[in-house]
Design a protein around this ligand. Structure first.
Ligand code: AMP
Length: 136
């Protein structure tokens, strides 16, 4: 079954894309836990950690590292949480594999239940452009 991420990868719906190559696309999460929260998504459809090819997973992690470094420079974050939810029981909502890269400003943020935020009009586009400028 097609997910929203295939539509983003196919450019059928918009997203704030910050990085792309032949294997992955990275864009800002539409409901960020912290502003600048990004997802790293393989172009090819895998469901999650249980079916993804190891070399693709390895590349996703390498891109997640680059995204975290760019996010830190642009947002002034002090840290980052990099995570992947797998299966319904593991918190997964979109069944196309993805890694979350979440900038962190305060230690406590990592230990409280996530509250999703929303961006003001134009805010995510501007932030995505800034992060993207460090990733090309
Ligand atoms: P997960 O619970 O790990 O499956 O997370 C899925 C993430 O995808 C959530 O954090 C959503 O906010 C995010 N998401 C859903 N739809 C979109 C979209 N159209 N653009 C960007 N992020 C999205």
């Amino acid at each position: 079954m097609e997910t929203i991420f295939e539509k983003i990868i196919a450019r059928e719906i918009p997203a704030d894309i910050i990085y792309e190559d032949d294997t992955v696309v990275s864009f800002l999460d539409i409901r960020p836990i912290v502003k600048g929260h990004a997802l790293v998504v393989p172009r090819k459809k895998y469901i999650n950690v249980y079916d993804i090819e190891p070399d693709v997973f390895g590349h996703m992690i390498q891109v997640a590292q680059k995204v975290a470094i760019a996010q830190k420079k642009i947002t002034g974050a002090k840290g980052a949480t990099i995570l992947m939810n797998n299966e319904h029981e593991g918190g997964q909502e979109v069944f196309h594999a993805h890694i979350h890269v979440i900038p962190r400003f305060n230690r406590g943020e990592a230990f409280i239940p996530a509250q999703h935020l929303s961006y003001e009009s134009g805010e995510s586009e501007a932030l995505a452009l800034q992060i993207k400028s460090l990733l090309s």
